[in-house]
Structure formats: C-alpha cells, structure tokens
Ligand binder design. Structure first.
Ligand code: ADP
Ligand code: MG
Length: 423
C-alpha cells in the first residue's frame, strides 16, 4: 500500500496543478480581455461621440438655410465671372452703355427683355457690359439642355443647393408649399428656387440699398420646349419689378421667341431693349482686320452680311475659298427653299403678301400693317429662326431679316411680283 502511495503522488501533481494554472491565467486573461474590450468600447464610444457632433456641426455649417442663403447672397455680391473676349473685337460703346443702364437701372420699374437677331452680338455685348463691374450681377446662359434641368443649372449659377432643410425653412417663413411640392418638374424646382431668390434679393437690397440683377441669356432655348416655364419666369420677373426687389434681365433672339414672350400678360411690365447690328463701316473694318481684301469686304457687307456678326464670321472663313457671288447664291437658294416650304408654289403668293415684301425691301414697316397684310400666323412663321425672313424691332416695326434676304427679295419680288424669288 505504502509503495503504491508515493507512486500515485507524482501522477496526481499535474492533475492538481492544471486547474490552478488555468485559474490564474484564466483570471489574468479575463482581466486583460475585460480591459481590452472596455478600452475598445470606450474608444468606439469616444469616436462616435466625437464624430456625431462633428457631422452635426458640418451639416450646420454647410446645409443650414442661413448658410445656403448666405452663399447665394455672396454670389450676387461677388458677381459672375465673365470670360475674356479673345478674337478681334469691335468696340460698341453705345450698345454697352445702353446695356449698363439696363443692368443697373437708376430706378427699378420693369424687367427688361433684351432682343436682337441670332448672332448680332447680344451675348458678347451683355458680357462686355457686365465685365467692367460685375458686383451685384449674376449671369446665367441657357444652353440646349432639356427643360427639366434648367432650374437646376440656374440654381448652380446662383450658388444655390437645395437640401433637406429648404422646404422646412420656407414653411417656417409661412410659405404654403403643398401645391409646390406636388408640382411636376421643372416647375417644382423653379418655384423653390424663386422663393429662395426672393429672400436673398431682399437681403441684398437691405444690405446695399439697391436691388441686385439676374441676367438669364438665351431664354429662347426655354421657349422652344414650350412656353410655360418661360411664362413662369416672366411672372417672377414682373413681380420682382413690381416690388422693386430684383432686376431681372432676359436676353432672347426676337424671331422665334417674341410671340411666346408677348403671349404672357407679364410682358406688359417688360421694357424691350434691342442690340442691333453694327454699322456697315464697322463691318467692313471687321473683315479687313480678319484678313479679307477690301473689295470683297465691301461687297460682302453690302450684299450679304450687313453688320450681322454671325454672318461676318462665316464670311471670314468662306471668302478664303469662294467668291461673294457664290456665297450669296447659297444664301439665296436657302431663302427660296424656306419660302417654298412655307408657300408651296412661289408663283401663287397672294398680291397682299407680295406687296408687303416689296415695301419691306424698301425699309422697316409698322407691325400692324405687316400683321394685317400677312396675318398673325404667317407673320409668326416668317419670324421663326429656322425660316429667318422677318425681324422684329422694339419700335414696333418689322424689317427683312438680313441683308441677303433683302437682296433675295428685291431680286424676285420687285422684278416679278407673281414669282417671288427668281433664279
Ligand atoms: N463686338 C464684337 N467684336 C467681334 N466679334 C464679336 C463681337 N460681338 C460678337 N462677336 C462675335 O459674333 C458671334 C456672335 O456673337 P454672340 O454674342 O454670340 O451673338 P448673339 O448672342 O446675339 O447670338 C460670336 O462668334 C462672337 O464672338
Ligand atoms: Mg447669345
């Protein structure tokens, strides 16, 4: 028995020691794990705790209505950045002076619609008028974007980013938003933008003692996709003028767009300002500076382009390869084609229409006389940009659209009243 007992003793020792080690290491391990996990939790909580107020601060810093409005106000105060003009530049002091008065009216009575034929230099002249001092002026140009994007792009020019607080802010200001939020785009975005714009305009006026100016160029692009949004913008412009809140200037080519603009009752509050062509002398000078020889320059201006920049620019290029006669013939065929599409057989043009063209060849005619003789529908078609036969002027007259149309008409209408365009 006594021999068995010492034999059993060494065997029992590890068996008895293992739970003791486990206990000790288990205790230490547990303590370490506890410390680690507690530290981890504390760290995570601290991190989250730090992060949450950070986010709230960031959101407050970037998204609060006050900040959003302040950004738009700052955009007005700084004014839009206008790109430099790079090619040879014709100085137009009269047009610029006229536009500067439009951009900074002594007293805001109406909103302004700046008109002028496509390519007569409206955008460039407006840029020049703003560039000298853009403080207080935001300029936006409508490109050929789809209509629903228009308010969003305008908002970008105004440094306005609507967010989750925008509607709440307007509701707090007592604005009834149910109709707005249920409206389809682009009207929903436009109304939200216009409501914020009103508030910022008010802030600007209070701070600076005079209204800010918003220029929207190429509004004919809006009208081409349906007049409703353009009419909403005109209503806004009229209300802003009535309240002397914001000076809104809309720039458009007259031909395609004037009937749409006129269809709005808000047009009664519009002042129309025209950017016209440059003089023939300036036009010849322009061609000479662009490398055209004197004889071709004089003839091209007299017979084709007059002082219309877009035509002068294309002449600079085309006169390198073609004669003035060849270029005129191309325009003449275009005019004849447009009229054929409109009238069918040119020989069947009615005498009142024919004689109206004869009178237009001699110079400007009053709108009433032309509209009576041609009818409103035909007048509107002849004004459209893809036809480009008539041009409207704010002194209530129509002329033929350009020098080459005048010459084409004289060729046909005066020499042969029944056959409108000969060749
Ligand atoms: N004062 C000017 N001097 C030289 N080129 C001009 C001038 N004004 C306009 N142009 C040129 O004529 C073209 C049409 O001008 P733009 O201002 O875009 O016309 P619009 O806005 O009336 O369609 C452009 O290529 C422009 O660079
Ligand atoms: Mg333009």
């Amino acid at each position: 028995m006594s021999a068995a007992a010492p034999a059993a003793a060494p065997a029992a020792a590890p068996a008895q020691q293992q739970p003791a080690f486990r206990r000790v290491f288990g205790f230490i391990g547990g303590a370490v794990a506890k410390v680690v996990s507690t530290t981890f939790i504390v760290l995570v909580v601290a991190l989250v705790a730090r992060h949450v107020p950070d986010d709230k601060n960031t959101i407050a810093k970037t998204h609060s209505p006050e900040v959003v409005l302040a950004r738009m106000l700052a955009r007005f105060e700084a004014g839009s950045v206008i790109p430099r003009f790079e090619k040879y530049h014709v100085s137009r002091p009269d047009a610029i002076a006229m536009l500067q008065k439009v951009l900074r009216p002594a007293r805001l009575k109406d909103y302004t619609v700046v008109i002028g034929e496509v390519g007569c230099g409206k955008t460039t002249a407006v840029h020049n008028a703003i560039r000298a001092n853009s403080t207080g002026i935001v300029y936006h140009i409508v490109k050929s974007e789809v209509l629903v994007s228009m308010p969003g792009l305008l908002a970008r020019s105004l440094a306005f980013e609507p967010n989750q607080f925008t509607e709440g802010y307007l509701k707090d200001r007592g604005v009834e938003l149910d109709e707005v939020t249920s409206a389809a785009e682009p009207f929903r975005s436009w109304v939200l933008l216009s409501l914020i714009l009103r508030d910022v305009a008010q802030q600007f006026k209070t701070k600076h003692g005079h209204p800010a100016t918003l220029v929207i160029d190429a509004v004919d692009e809006i009208a081409q996709q349906g007049p409703a949004l353009l009419h909403a913008i005109q209503d806004f412009a009229k209300a802003a003028a009535d309240e002397q809140l914001l000076n809104v200037v809309l720039v458009t080519c007259d031909g395609s767009n004037l009937p749409e603009l006129k269809a709005s009752s808000a047009m009664t509050r519009a002042r129309i300002a025209e950017v016209s062509d440059i003089t023939d002398e300036q036009a010849v000078d322009f061609l000479l500076h662009r490398g055209v020889n004197e004889d071709a320059a004089k003839r091209a201006v007299a017979e084709i382009a007059g002082g219309r920049f877009v035509l002068l620019n294309s002449l600079v290029f085309e006169l390198q390869f073609k004669t003035v006669d060849q270029i005129f013939l191309k325009f003449h065929i275009g005019t004849r084609g447009a009229l054929r599409r409109l009238f069918g057989d040119l020989a069947q043009i009615s005498p009142p229409v024919s004689s109206t063209f004869c009178r237009l060849c001699r110079g400007a005619q009053h709108v009433d006389d032309v509209e009576e003789a041609l009818g409103l529908d035909l007048t509107k078609k002849l004004l459209a940009t893809h036809i480009n036969i008539l041009a409207y002027h704010p002194n209530d007259t129509y002329t033929l659209h350009s020098r080459h149309v005048q010459r084409s008409s004289r060729f046909g209408v005066l020499r042969c009243v029944s056959a409108y365009v000969m060749i």
